[in-house]
Design a protein around this ligand. Structure first.
Ligand SMILES: [Zn+2]
Length: 372
C-alpha cells in the first residue's frame, strides 16, 4: 500500500487540510478501481467497510493477487467530518453555505467533448485514452475557491481516470440500495447482487449532479455527441447506500468489504475466483419511480410498516400523531413498492421526508430526483 497525503488549499492561514489516498497494485495497471467513503461525512458505514477492505487488500497485495490498481479514500470529506453543532455531527451539508457535499459536482461533459472531439478516431481504446486525458484536463481547469470546491476538484481528479468508481454512503434507516446511470444498469445489477441490494435505482440524469454522475456522464455525453466514433462507456460509477446511519458494525463492514472484493475479482481488478454471482434480490427500477413520502403535518412519527416491507398502493406506511389531540394523519404511498428507506426521526415537521418507496411507475415529475 502506498499512502499519499494531498494538501487541500488552506481555508485559513495556518490551517492545513489534507486528503489521504491509499493505493494498491502497480501504478498504471488496469482495471483501475476507485473507492471513497463518507462524502457525506456523517455516514459512517462506508468508512467501516473501507477499514475491512483495506485489510483484505493488504493481504491480497502480499500474496500478489492484485492485477489492476485500487485507490481508496477512506475519508472523502475531511471538511464535513469535523463539523459539529452543539455536539451533533453535521456532515451532509457544508455549514459555511448550506450546500450538500454530494450535489453540484461540476458537469464536465461539455468541456470534455470540446477538448476531445478532434482527437477521436476509429480505435475505441484510443478514444478511451483520449477521453480520460480530456476529462483530467477539464478537471484541472476547474475554478475552485471555497474549501468544498477544492475538495470536489481533488476527488474528481482522483476518480476520473478509473474504470470502476464506488462512492460509499448510507441513508437514515435503509436496506442496502444503489444509484447509477441507466446505461450502466448491467454492472449496477452485478454489484447489487453481490452486495445483496434491495433496490437499484436508475436515472439518465438525477438533476443535482452527485459525484457518481460527475465521473460517468462525460462518457455518455461524448458518446451521444460523436455517434460516428466508437466511444465505450468506459467508467462505471455507483452510489452505494450501506443501510442506515446507525448500521455501523464490524460484521456488516466485513461482509460489505468481502462483497466489494468479489465484485473487483469479477471485474478483473483482483485475482481469484469470486464464486457464482448470488441471485439478485431486486429488479432495477427508475429513480423517478422512487416515491418520497412526506409528513403532511407536524407530529409524532409512528411507522406502520417495517423497512423492507412491500406496500400496496394507497396503503398507510406511517401515521403522524398530534401530541395534544392524539389525532392521526395517515401517510400513504400512492403506488405500491418496496419501503427501502425510512427516516430515523420520530418527530416530523410539515413536509419532512419520512421514507421512500421504490415502485415501477414514475411518480416524481420534477427535474430533481434525489433527496435534498
Ligand atoms: Zn450520502
Amino acid at each position: 500500500m502506498r499512502t499519499e497525503v494531498l494538501d487541500l488549499p488552506p481555508e485559513l492561514p495556518g490551517l492545513r487540510r489534507t486528503l489521504t489516498v491509499q493505493r494498491f497494485g502497480e501504478p498504471g495497471a488496469r482495471p483501475l478501481a476507485y473507492v471513497q467513503a463518507s462524502l457525506h461525512a456523517d455516514e459512517i458505514p462506508g468508512m467501516m467497510a473501507v477499514v475491512h477492505l483495506r485489510e483484505l487488500l493488504l493481504r491480497m497485495e502480499r500474496d500478489g493477487r492484485i492485477n489492476g490498481e485500487i485507490i481508496l479514500v477512506p475519508v472523502a470529506n475531511p471538511l464535513g467530518l469535523q463539523q459539529r453543532v452543539l455536539g451533533g455531527h453535521i456532515g451532509r451539508f457544508d455549514l459555511a453555505d448550506g450546500l450538500n457535499f454530494n450535489r453540484g459536482f461540476p458537469a464536465l461533459g461539455e468541456a470534455v467533448a470540446e477538448r476531445v472531439g478532434a482527437r477521436l478516431g476509429e480505435d475505441a481504446d484510443a478514444n478511451v485514452q483520449a477521453i480520460r486525458a480530456a476529462a483530467l484536463e477539464a478537471a484541472e481547469g476547474l475554478a475552485a475557491v471555497t474549501p468544498a470546491e477544492h475538495l470536489k476538484k481533488a476527488l474528481l481528479r482522483l476518480a476520473l481516470p478509473a474504470d470502476l468508481v464506488l462512492d460509499l454512503h448510507c441513508d437514515s434507516e435503509a436496506l442496502v440500495h444503489l444509484y447509477t446511470l441507466t446505461p450502466l444498469s448491467d454492472l449496477g445489477a452485478e454489484l447489487g447482487a453481490e452486495l445483496g441490494a434491495g433496490a437499484l435505482l436508475l436515472a439518465d440524469v438525477s438533476g443535482d449532479d452527485p459525484f457518481d454522475e460527475a465521473v460517468t456522464r462525460p462518457w455518455v455525453e461524448v458518446a451521444a455527441r460523436f455517434p460516428e466514433h466508437p466511444v465505450p462507456l468506459a467508467c462505471f460509477s455507483c452510489t452505494v447506500e450501506f443501510r442506515g446511519t446507525q448500521d455501523v458494525a464490524d460484521s456488516t463492514g466485513a461482509a460489505d468489504a468481502a462483497a466489494i472484493v468479489r465484485f473487483l475479482q469479477r471485474r478483473g481488478v483482483l485475482a481469484g475466483d469470486p464464486g457464482p454471482l448470488p441471485a439478485s434480490l431486486c429488479e432495477a427500477t427508475e429513480l423517478a419511480a422512487s416515491e418520497p413520502l412526506s409528513a403532511p403535518v407536524a407530529g409524532i412519527v409512528a411507522f406502520r410498516r417495517d423497512l423492507g416491507a412491500r406496500v400496496g398502493a394507497g396503503e398507510t406506511v406511517a401515521e403522524v400523531i398530534d401530541p395534544y389531540s392524539g389525532a392521526r394523519t395517515a401517510v400513504t404511498a400512492t403506488q405500491g413498492g418496496l419501503l427501502f428507506a425510512r427516516t430515523s426521526a420520530r418527530f416530523a415537521m410539515p413536509g419532512q421526508r419520512l421514507g421512500k418507496v421504490a415502485g415501477t411507475v414514475p411518480v416524481q415529475r420534477g427535474s430533481k430526483l434525489l433527496s435534498p
